[in-house]
Unconditional design. Structure first.
Length: 387
């Protein structure tokens, strides 16, 4: 993608027309230069947020004041969100939050950003503005803090984890020594961050195409032990990635984690869906390449095929035989036990616990038969079962 391609987005056009001084900043510029798909389209403008909001609404766009106290509004154009932030300078920081003031100085705004590769902007004429060498750093695989690395870390300790997120995605060669020194000195600052922010960054690290080296580096600097004190083994993650498993953060966390997943989930305030999935991945039987069709059907009757496939990766499942097993799982329909409680009642059973017990006995027989017995056969077994 070129700068012209990026600026040609028809959804972007009305925003740029309403804000002629605005530029694309950060992620979209970085990803465009890296030849990656551009996801979020972030912009900055020298106009104060109230003027920005009025200009966008005057252009007929729906605008949401998502963070207007910090200078940010979100415009919806062609159904897509565009985040627009007024240029800012820091007045005070405490390692978690910053007190800011508006500015019209683009370089001053860029100077408060975390890394050089995130401090570039692209104006509406297609000109790249790169005050700190971000383009060269991106080409060389350097993830380098803007200005004084220790100062950037002290402003917001989350930048430690953001370093590893961008290192996992863009890093090459040896990591920047100033960044490593600042991270080493600032590790304890991670403890003042909200666990929600930490988990969001950890998920992004684990979602990188190959986070292996980044996670190893985290461990060597004491960062991994700080964010996962329950225990983690980077070698297990490396084996999972090397096997070709999907880049699923929870699957990778299941491999990485050596401690109690329930403790991690509660401490880091996982959603119920995340908590359940992590526990399900780490507990329960995994299919094996030599399993018969009957054995696979029994497993599928108890668990979703996707979960079973994920467990094969955690079991070390690499190679043609494991690939064939996952193909079998994907192609197999999930067996469904053909009886319900009303079937027992239709046979004259009295409602109560005995009905459930009888159905469980028939279902155990159905499982033992490889889940192939049809409704008629199961009804015969139910008739013969004492209720």
């Amino acid at each position: 993608m070129t700068a012209a391609d990026l600026l040609a987005d028809p959804a972007l056009a009305p925003i740029l027309a309403a804000l002629p001084n605005a530029r694309l900043v950060g992620g979209p510029v970085r990803d465009m230069l890296a030849g990656l798909p551009v996801a979020d389209m972030d912009l900055a403008t020298p106009e104060p947020p109230e003027i920005t909001l009025a200009a966008l609404e005057g252009a007929g766009l729906r605008v949401v004041p998502t963070g207007i106290a910090h200078g940010t509004v979100t415009a919806i154009s062609h159904g897509k969100p565009f985040e627009i932030t007024t240029l800012r300078r820091d007045i005070e920081t405490d390692g978690r939050h910053a007190t800011v003031a508006w500015t019209d100085d683009w370089q001053q705004d860029a100077a408060r950003r975390d890394f050089t590769i995130n401090a570039m902007s692209l104006d509406q004429a297609g000109q790249l503005h790169d005050y700190f060498g971000g383009r060269d750093d991106l080409a060389a695989g350097r993830v380098r803090f803007v200005g004084d690395a220790a100062a950037r870390v002290a402003e917001d300790y989350l930048r430690i984890l953001r370093f590893f997120r961008f290192w996992a995605r863009f890093g090459a060669g040896a990591p920047d020594p100033q960044a490593i020194a600042a991270i080493t000195a600032g590790v304890d600052g991670l403890e003042i961050l909200s666990v929600e922010r930490v988990w969001q960054e950890l998920k992004r690290i684990l979602a990188a195409p190959n986070p292996t080296e980044a996670v190893r580096l985290m461990a060597s600097l004491g960062v991994l032990q700080t964010v996962l004190p329950e225990g983690a083994d980077p070698k297990r993650l490396a084996s999972l990635v090397a096997a070709g498993a999907p880049p699923d953060p929870l699957l990778r966390l299941a491999a990485l984690l050596t401690g109690d997943e329930a403790s991690v989930a509660v401490r880091m305030k996982f959603s119920m869906a995340e908590q359940t999935r992590l526990a399900t991945l780490r507990h329960g039987p995994a299919p094996l390449p030599g399993d018969s069709d009957d054995a696979l059907r029994r497993l599928l009757a108890e668990e979703d095929s996707g979960v079973l496939a994920d467990r094969t990766w955690l079991a070390g499942g690499a190679g043609p035989n494991w690939d064939a097993l996952r193909a079998r799982l994907a192609a197999a329909p999930r067996p469904v036990f053909p009886l319900e409680g009303r079937d027992a009642l239709a046979l004259g059973a009295t409602p109560g616990p005995a009905v459930g017990a009888a159905l469980r006995r028939v279902r155990d027989w159905w499982l033992a038969q490889g889940c192939t017995a049809d409704r008629s056969a199961c009804l015969e077994m139910l008739r013969a079962a004492p209720i």
